[in-house]
Ligand binder design. Structure first.
Ligand SMILES: Cc1ncc(COP(=O)(O)O)c(C=O)c1O
Length: 318
């Protein structure tokens, strides 16, 4: 029934790519990207890393079903649906927004993430925003247990101890040569893993995709190392907020480097890194490795929004 082959070999496809360019700001240092997005177009980047040991544990404990949480545009929901399907688990997605369940066909027509999850046979369970906030309470768990009986629970965003263990594997013998490792931050699990996997001479820079002072404490829950820093100037107003400058940057980056970026996480990180390089944040001969954590499936949802506003769209052919 279970087949975890995908989780055991997917990481082989995450090469390091050196960025090219003749911009004088960039000539004195190296900026490379670890293409975790290439692990799989559907369970890409940090999602693969976060799910790997969780699915292994679910199998070990003989659960047949995975249950997790997310919003209507959640990369984590899409990835769990696909990973579950590939590895032989049933999946349940507890989705924020009761209104989305009223006319499911319409929702699926309009929302690429949920349509994808549904196609992977994920059972979608829509709950009100107020209920969703209670998801960590015992009473809410009881409701879920009564409704779905046995399941292996993965938290919203996929972050837990096992996810951090998986993300530590983003760094390996090839990444030891870099002075700085940069990654986007949502819930903090990915950076915590990268910090855990880092060497003493390396500094980890996290680029939060949202506003919030809670992140440092979240990260400290999973690591006691101190070789890291959050760069909080590049959230562009908050989670999933984008402006035309960011869209132009993402489109130009794709044209010049042939690497697609997503507007919620990796686009903001690279925009920030470029600005920091221009501003002289890094000294000469520094080697920087930015981790492409995937998230490209989120482009469709943002483009729908941009289209409605009559704004320029993100170029993406995936
Ligand atoms: C593509 C992508 N990159 C980065 C992150 C941030 O990861 P974390 O929530 O572990 O901080 C997420 C969110 O989970 C994501 O979907």
């Amino acid at each position: 029934m279970y087949d975890l082959g995908f989780l055991e070999s997917g990481f082989l496809n995450a090469p390091i790519q050196k960025l090219s360019g003749t911009n004088p700001d960039f000539l004195s240092l190296e900026l490379s990207i670890k293409r975790e997005d290439l692990i799989s177009s559907e369970v890409s980047g940090n999602k693969f890393r976060k799910l790997k040991y969780n699915l292994a544990k679910a199998k070990e404990e003989q659960h047949k079903t995975l249950l997790t949480y997310g919003g209507a545009f959640s990369n984590h929901i899409a990835a769990t649906a696909k990973a579950g399907q590939l590895c032989g688990f049933k999946t349940i997605g507890v989705i924020r927004g009761e209104e989305l369940g009223v006319d499911l066909e319409k929702t699926l027509r309009q929302n690429a993430t949920l349509r994808f999850a549904d196609k992977c046979n994920m059972q979608l369970y829509f709950v009100s925003r107020s209920h969703y906030k209670e998801k960590n309470k015992k009473s809410f768990r009881e409701i879920l247990k009564n409704k779905f009986q046995d399941f292996y629970e993965i938290p919203e965003g996929g972050t837990n101890e096992l996810a951090v263990k998986g993300c530590a594997e983003i760094l390996d013998e090839k990444t030891g040569a870099y002075d700085y490792i940069a990654c986007p931050v949502g819930t903090g699990g990915t950076i915590a893993g990268i910090i855990e996997g880092s060497l003493p001479h390396q500094k980890i820079l996290g680029f939060p995709a949202l506003k919030g002072d809670f992140l440092e404490a979240e990260i400290n829950k999973y690591t006691s190392k101190t070789n890291w820093q959050l760069i909080t100037d590049y959230h562009f107003g908050g989670y999933a907020k984008v402006n035309q400058e960011l869209v132009s940057f993402i489109n130009l980056f794709k044209k010049k480097q042939s690497i697609p970026l997503d507007p919620i996480y990796t686009g903001k990180m690279l925009y920030g890194l470029y600005e920091m390089i221009r501003n002289g944040f890094f000294s000469k001969n520094t080697r920087i490795l930015a981790v492409h954590t995937g998230g490209l499936q989120g482009i469709a949802g943002i483009n729908d929004r941009l289209k409605k506003q009559g704004s320029k769209l993100i170029d993406y052919d995936g």
